[in-house]
Write a protein that binds this ligand. Structure first.
Ligand SMILES: [Zn+2]
Length: 346
Protein backbone atom coordinates (compact mmCIF):
# COMPACT_ATOMS: atom_id res chain seq x y z
CA UNK A 1 0.00 0.00 0.00
CA UNK A 2 1.38 3.33 -1.07
CA UNK A 3 0.03 6.60 0.29
CA UNK A 4 0.84 9.60 -1.87
CA UNK A 5 0.31 12.60 0.37
CA UNK A 6 -1.71 15.36 -1.25
CA UNK A 7 -1.61 13.72 -4.67
CA UNK A 8 -4.59 14.73 -6.84
CA UNK A 9 -6.66 12.04 -8.53
CA UNK A 10 -6.79 14.25 -11.65
CA UNK A 11 -2.97 14.22 -11.96
CA UNK A 12 -2.92 10.56 -12.99
CA UNK A 13 -2.52 10.44 -16.76
CA UNK A 14 -0.53 8.50 -19.36
CA UNK A 15 1.72 11.49 -19.99
CA UNK A 16 2.42 12.68 -16.46
CA UNK A 17 2.29 9.44 -14.45
CA UNK A 18 2.86 6.54 -16.87
CA UNK A 19 3.70 3.97 -14.20
CA UNK A 20 0.57 4.67 -12.16
CA UNK A 21 -1.44 4.74 -15.37
CA UNK A 22 -0.12 1.36 -16.48
CA UNK A 23 -0.61 -0.12 -13.03
CA UNK A 24 -4.26 0.92 -13.09
CA UNK A 25 -4.70 -0.23 -16.68
CA UNK A 26 -3.58 -3.72 -15.68
CA UNK A 27 -5.61 -3.58 -12.48
CA UNK A 28 -8.19 -0.90 -11.89
CA UNK A 29 -8.98 2.59 -10.77
CA UNK A 30 -11.94 4.33 -9.21
CA UNK A 31 -13.12 6.53 -12.09
CA UNK A 32 -13.97 9.44 -9.80
CA UNK A 33 -11.30 8.63 -7.21
CA UNK A 34 -11.89 7.57 -3.65
CA UNK A 35 -13.24 9.66 -0.80
CA UNK A 36 -12.22 10.73 2.67
CA UNK A 37 -14.01 12.54 5.49
CA UNK A 38 -13.90 16.16 6.58
CA UNK A 39 -11.52 17.67 7.36
CA UNK A 40 -9.91 16.23 4.23
CA UNK A 41 -6.49 16.38 5.83
CA UNK A 42 -3.58 14.10 6.50
CA UNK A 43 -3.97 12.59 9.94
CA UNK A 44 -7.71 11.82 9.91
CA UNK A 45 -7.29 10.32 6.44
CA UNK A 46 -4.29 8.11 7.05
CA UNK A 47 -5.72 6.95 10.36
CA UNK A 48 -8.89 5.93 8.49
CA UNK A 49 -6.80 4.15 5.89
CA UNK A 50 -4.77 2.17 8.41
CA UNK A 51 -7.48 1.40 10.98
CA UNK A 52 -10.50 0.86 8.73
CA UNK A 53 -12.45 3.22 10.97
CA UNK A 54 -13.76 6.71 10.40
CA UNK A 55 -12.64 9.73 12.45
CA UNK A 56 -15.59 9.62 14.82
CA UNK A 57 -14.44 6.12 15.79
CA UNK A 58 -10.63 6.36 15.63
CA UNK A 59 -10.78 9.78 17.24
CA UNK A 60 -8.20 11.65 15.14
CA UNK A 61 -10.41 14.53 14.04
CA UNK A 62 -7.82 16.98 12.73
CA UNK A 63 -4.21 17.38 11.63
CA UNK A 64 -3.94 20.61 13.64
CA UNK A 65 -2.26 18.79 16.53
CA UNK A 66 0.93 19.45 14.62
CA UNK A 67 0.67 23.16 15.15
CA UNK A 68 -0.72 23.47 18.65
CA UNK A 69 -1.68 21.62 21.81
CA UNK A 70 -5.39 21.19 21.38
CA UNK A 71 -8.21 20.98 23.92
CA UNK A 72 -9.68 17.61 24.82
CA UNK A 73 -12.77 18.17 22.68
CA UNK A 74 -10.60 18.12 19.54
CA UNK A 75 -10.28 14.35 19.75
CA UNK A 76 -7.06 12.42 20.14
CA UNK A 77 -3.61 12.74 18.63
CA UNK A 78 -3.19 9.02 18.02
CA UNK A 79 -5.97 6.56 17.14
CA UNK A 80 -7.88 4.96 19.98
CA UNK A 81 -8.50 1.81 17.92
CA UNK A 82 -6.16 -0.86 16.61
CA UNK A 83 -4.53 -0.58 13.20
CA UNK A 84 -3.99 -3.13 10.46
CA UNK A 85 -0.44 -3.38 11.82
CA UNK A 86 -1.82 -4.54 15.17
CA UNK A 87 -4.06 -7.08 13.44
CA UNK A 88 -1.14 -8.42 11.41
CA UNK A 89 1.07 -8.54 14.49
CA UNK A 90 -1.52 -10.62 16.36
CA UNK A 91 -1.49 -13.21 13.58
CA UNK A 92 2.25 -13.18 12.92
CA UNK A 93 2.03 -11.50 9.53
CA UNK A 94 5.18 -9.43 9.13
CA UNK A 95 4.75 -5.77 8.34
CA UNK A 96 6.76 -2.68 7.54
CA UNK A 97 5.95 1.01 7.49
CA UNK A 98 8.09 3.54 5.72
CA UNK A 99 6.78 7.03 6.33
CA UNK A 100 8.23 10.23 4.98
CA UNK A 101 6.24 12.31 7.43
CA UNK A 102 7.23 11.38 10.96
CA UNK A 103 4.78 13.75 12.63
CA UNK A 104 1.62 12.13 11.42
CA UNK A 105 0.46 8.75 10.15
CA UNK A 106 0.02 7.92 13.74
CA UNK A 107 -0.87 4.28 13.49
CA UNK A 108 2.32 2.67 12.27
CA UNK A 109 3.82 2.02 15.70
CA UNK A 110 2.95 -1.69 15.62
CA UNK A 111 4.75 -2.37 12.35
CA UNK A 112 7.56 -4.91 12.69
CA UNK A 113 9.91 -2.71 10.74
CA UNK A 114 9.55 1.01 10.72
CA UNK A 115 11.32 3.91 9.11
CA UNK A 116 12.21 6.34 10.50
CA UNK A 117 13.30 4.29 13.53
CA UNK A 118 11.44 5.41 16.68
CA UNK A 119 9.74 8.10 14.61
CA UNK A 120 12.89 10.21 14.38
CA UNK A 121 14.38 10.94 10.98
CA UNK A 122 18.08 10.06 11.20
CA UNK A 123 20.44 13.04 10.95
CA UNK A 124 21.78 13.48 7.46
CA UNK A 125 18.68 12.20 5.72
CA UNK A 126 17.84 14.27 2.67
CA UNK A 127 14.44 15.65 3.57
CA UNK A 128 13.66 16.62 0.00
CA UNK A 129 14.01 13.06 -1.24
CA UNK A 130 11.51 11.31 0.96
CA UNK A 131 10.67 8.77 -1.68
CA UNK A 132 13.99 6.98 -1.59
CA UNK A 133 13.59 5.17 1.73
CA UNK A 134 10.49 3.57 0.25
CA UNK A 135 12.57 1.95 -2.44
CA UNK A 136 15.44 0.95 -0.21
CA UNK A 137 13.19 -0.48 2.45
CA UNK A 138 10.86 -2.39 0.19
CA UNK A 139 13.54 -4.07 -1.88
CA UNK A 140 15.02 -6.52 0.66
CA UNK A 141 11.84 -7.46 2.49
CA UNK A 142 9.80 -9.64 0.18
CA UNK A 143 8.90 -11.89 3.12
CA UNK A 144 6.76 -9.13 4.53
CA UNK A 145 3.01 -9.55 4.38
CA UNK A 146 1.97 -5.92 4.49
CA UNK A 147 4.06 -2.91 3.60
CA UNK A 148 2.88 0.66 3.85
CA UNK A 149 4.91 3.39 2.23
CA UNK A 150 4.16 7.08 2.52
CA UNK A 151 5.70 9.69 0.25
CA UNK A 152 5.19 13.30 1.13
CA UNK A 153 6.61 15.64 -1.46
CA UNK A 154 3.43 16.24 -3.48
CA UNK A 155 1.86 17.64 -0.32
CA UNK A 156 4.76 19.94 0.46
CA UNK A 157 5.04 21.24 -3.10
CA UNK A 158 1.27 21.62 -3.38
CA UNK A 159 1.17 23.71 -0.20
CA UNK A 160 4.10 25.87 -1.27
CA UNK A 161 3.41 26.40 -4.98
CA UNK A 162 -0.14 25.19 -5.61
CA UNK A 163 -1.37 21.87 -6.97
CA UNK A 164 -1.44 23.00 -10.62
CA UNK A 165 1.99 24.66 -10.61
CA UNK A 166 4.86 23.55 -12.78
CA UNK A 167 6.69 22.54 -9.61
CA UNK A 168 3.77 20.36 -8.59
CA UNK A 169 3.56 18.72 -11.98
CA UNK A 170 7.27 17.98 -11.86
CA UNK A 171 6.73 16.45 -8.42
CA UNK A 172 3.85 14.29 -9.66
CA UNK A 173 6.10 13.02 -12.43
CA UNK A 174 8.93 12.30 -9.99
CA UNK A 175 6.54 10.58 -7.59
CA UNK A 176 5.41 8.33 -10.43
CA UNK A 177 9.03 7.36 -10.99
CA UNK A 178 9.39 6.44 -7.31
CA UNK A 179 6.29 4.28 -7.66
CA UNK A 180 7.93 2.71 -10.70
CA UNK A 181 10.99 1.70 -8.69
CA UNK A 182 8.73 0.04 -6.12
CA UNK A 183 6.79 -1.77 -8.85
CA UNK A 184 10.03 -3.00 -10.41
CA UNK A 185 11.15 -4.30 -7.03
CA UNK A 186 7.90 -6.22 -6.68
CA UNK A 187 8.10 -7.76 -10.15
CA UNK A 188 9.52 -11.10 -8.98
CA UNK A 189 6.58 -11.55 -6.57
CA UNK A 190 4.00 -10.07 -8.90
CA UNK A 191 1.66 -13.07 -8.90
CA UNK A 192 1.29 -12.85 -5.11
CA UNK A 193 1.07 -9.10 -4.84
CA UNK A 194 -1.77 -6.63 -4.44
CA UNK A 195 -0.67 -3.02 -4.84
CA UNK A 196 -2.99 -0.31 -3.61
CA UNK A 197 -2.14 3.31 -4.31
CA UNK A 198 -4.11 6.02 -2.56
CA UNK A 199 -3.75 9.63 -1.53
CA UNK A 200 -5.03 11.08 1.71
CA UNK A 201 -6.61 14.18 0.17
CA UNK A 202 -6.54 16.45 -2.85
CA UNK A 203 -5.23 20.02 -2.87
CA UNK A 204 -6.76 23.31 -4.03
CA UNK A 205 -4.98 26.56 -4.86
CA UNK A 206 -5.08 29.56 -2.54
CA UNK A 207 -6.85 32.62 -3.89
CA UNK A 208 -7.46 36.13 -2.54
CA UNK A 209 -10.78 35.39 -0.83
CA UNK A 210 -10.91 36.43 2.82
CA UNK A 211 -10.49 33.71 5.46
CA UNK A 212 -13.64 32.53 7.19
CA UNK A 213 -13.72 33.11 10.96
CA UNK A 214 -16.56 31.13 12.55
CA UNK A 215 -16.36 33.31 15.68
CA UNK A 216 -16.57 36.66 13.93
CA UNK A 217 -20.05 36.70 12.54
CA UNK A 218 -21.97 38.25 15.37
CA UNK A 219 -24.57 35.50 15.67
CA UNK A 220 -24.77 33.08 18.55
CA UNK A 221 -25.02 29.85 16.64
CA UNK A 222 -24.32 27.81 19.73
CA UNK A 223 -20.58 27.25 19.47
CA UNK A 224 -17.77 28.68 21.57
CA UNK A 225 -14.54 27.60 19.86
CA UNK A 226 -13.17 26.31 16.60
CA UNK A 227 -10.00 24.68 15.30
CA UNK A 228 -8.95 25.44 11.73
CA UNK A 229 -7.89 22.65 9.39
CA UNK A 230 -7.52 24.35 6.02
CA UNK A 231 -10.87 24.34 4.27
CA UNK A 232 -12.67 22.86 7.28
CA UNK A 233 -13.02 23.77 10.92
CA UNK A 234 -13.81 21.69 13.97
CA UNK A 235 -16.62 23.49 15.78
CA UNK A 236 -17.18 23.02 19.51
CA UNK A 237 -20.82 23.28 20.61
CA UNK A 238 -21.89 24.73 23.91
CA UNK A 239 -23.55 22.20 26.22
CA UNK A 240 -27.07 21.26 25.19
CA UNK A 241 -27.00 22.94 21.79
CA UNK A 242 -28.86 21.08 19.05
CA UNK A 243 -26.37 20.32 16.26
CA UNK A 244 -29.00 20.94 13.61
CA UNK A 245 -29.63 24.42 14.94
CA UNK A 246 -25.89 25.07 15.00
CA UNK A 247 -25.57 23.61 11.51
CA UNK A 248 -28.19 25.99 10.14
CA UNK A 249 -26.32 28.90 11.74
CA UNK A 250 -23.05 27.70 10.25
CA UNK A 251 -24.58 27.59 6.78
CA UNK A 252 -25.50 31.27 7.14
CA UNK A 253 -21.79 32.17 7.39
CA UNK A 254 -20.41 33.36 4.06
CA UNK A 255 -18.16 30.64 2.70
CA UNK A 256 -19.57 27.63 4.57
CA UNK A 257 -20.80 24.86 2.27
CA UNK A 258 -21.72 22.00 4.56
CA UNK A 259 -21.43 20.56 8.04
CA UNK A 260 -21.18 17.09 9.56
CA UNK A 261 -21.29 15.83 13.14
CA UNK A 262 -18.23 14.32 14.77
CA UNK A 263 -19.84 13.61 18.14
CA UNK A 264 -22.30 15.16 20.57
CA UNK A 265 -20.31 18.34 21.06
CA UNK A 266 -18.15 18.61 17.93
CA UNK A 267 -19.06 19.20 14.33
CA UNK A 268 -17.08 19.96 11.21
CA UNK A 269 -17.85 22.94 8.98
CA UNK A 270 -16.67 22.42 5.40
CA UNK A 271 -16.06 25.50 3.26
CA UNK A 272 -16.81 26.26 -0.36
CA UNK A 273 -14.08 25.98 -3.00
CA UNK A 274 -11.40 28.65 -2.60
CA UNK A 275 -12.32 29.52 1.00
CA UNK A 276 -9.99 28.87 3.92
CA UNK A 277 -10.67 28.97 7.64
CA UNK A 278 -9.07 31.81 9.58
CA UNK A 279 -5.88 30.44 11.15
CA UNK A 280 -2.60 31.65 12.63
CA UNK A 281 -0.77 30.74 9.44
CA UNK A 282 -1.47 29.87 5.82
CA UNK A 283 0.49 28.03 3.20
CA UNK A 284 1.33 30.15 0.18
CA UNK A 285 0.28 27.92 -2.70
CA UNK A 286 -2.37 25.39 -1.81
CA UNK A 287 -4.40 23.88 0.99
CA UNK A 288 -6.83 21.10 1.77
CA UNK A 289 -9.46 20.18 4.33
CA UNK A 290 -12.60 21.19 2.41
CA UNK A 291 -15.18 18.98 0.64
CA UNK A 292 -13.59 19.78 -2.72
CA UNK A 293 -10.30 18.18 -1.61
CA UNK A 294 -11.92 15.05 -0.16
CA UNK A 295 -11.29 13.18 -3.43
CA UNK A 296 -8.42 10.69 -3.15
CA UNK A 297 -6.36 8.62 -5.51
CA UNK A 298 -7.72 5.06 -5.53
CA UNK A 299 -6.14 2.47 -7.77
CA UNK A 300 -5.10 -1.14 -7.56
CA UNK A 301 -2.72 -3.39 -9.46
CA UNK A 302 -0.62 -6.51 -9.17
CA UNK A 303 -0.89 -10.14 -10.12
CA UNK A 304 -2.89 -11.59 -7.25
CA UNK A 305 -6.33 -12.91 -8.26
CA UNK A 306 -7.96 -10.46 -5.84
CA UNK A 307 -6.80 -7.51 -7.94
CA UNK A 308 -9.44 -7.98 -10.60
CA UNK A 309 -12.20 -8.24 -8.02
CA UNK A 310 -11.02 -5.13 -6.19
CA UNK A 311 -10.80 -3.33 -9.53
CA UNK A 312 -14.43 -4.22 -10.24
CA UNK A 313 -15.48 -3.08 -6.78
CA UNK A 314 -13.82 0.34 -6.97
CA UNK A 315 -15.12 0.86 -10.51
CA UNK A 316 -18.64 0.27 -9.26
CA UNK A 317 -18.49 2.32 -6.05
CA UNK A 318 -16.11 5.00 -4.81
CA UNK A 319 -13.95 3.54 -2.05
CA UNK A 320 -13.60 5.39 1.23
CA UNK A 321 -10.12 5.39 2.78
CA UNK A 322 -11.55 3.29 5.61
CA UNK A 323 -12.59 0.56 3.15
CA UNK A 324 -9.05 -0.48 2.23
CA UNK A 325 -7.92 -2.08 5.48
CA UNK A 326 -11.02 -4.32 5.83
CA UNK A 327 -10.60 -5.31 2.19
CA UNK A 328 -6.93 -6.21 2.51
CA UNK A 329 -7.05 -7.83 5.97
CA UNK A 330 -8.83 -11.03 4.83
CA UNK A 331 -6.34 -11.37 1.98
CA UNK A 332 -3.59 -11.29 4.59
CA UNK A 333 -5.48 -13.78 6.74
CA UNK A 334 -5.82 -11.34 9.62
CA UNK A 335 -8.85 -10.24 11.59
CA UNK A 336 -9.37 -6.51 11.79
CA UNK A 337 -12.36 -6.83 14.10
CA UNK A 338 -15.35 -4.54 13.90
CA UNK A 339 -14.60 -1.45 11.82
CA UNK A 340 -16.52 1.29 10.01
CA UNK A 341 -15.14 0.54 6.55
CA UNK A 342 -16.45 -2.28 4.39
CA UNK A 343 -14.73 -5.24 2.80
CA UNK A 344 -15.17 -4.34 -0.85
CA UNK A 345 -14.94 -8.00 -1.86
CA UNK A 346 -17.88 -9.11 0.23
ZN1 LIG B 1 -1.69 14.97 3.64
Amino acid sequence: MLGLDGFPHRAISPELTPRLWDLARGGGRAPDGGVTDLPSSTDPGFCSLLTGCKPATHGVLTTSWRFARLPDWAGVETPRVASIFDACHATGVRTAAIVADDRGLLCTGSADRRWPPDGVIPPGTDLDAHGYPVNAAVLPHSSLGFVFGHVNEADTIGHDYGPESEAARACYRATDQVVGVVLDALASNWADTVIVVVSDHDMQPRDSSPPVDPMANGTDGGWDAYIPDGGSALIHLKPGVDPHRAGKALLRIDGVETWVRSNDSVMVAGLKPGRIVAAPRYSSGGFHGAPITARTVALVGGGDPAVGRIASAIAARRPHLADWAPTLAPLLGVDLGLVDGRNMLR
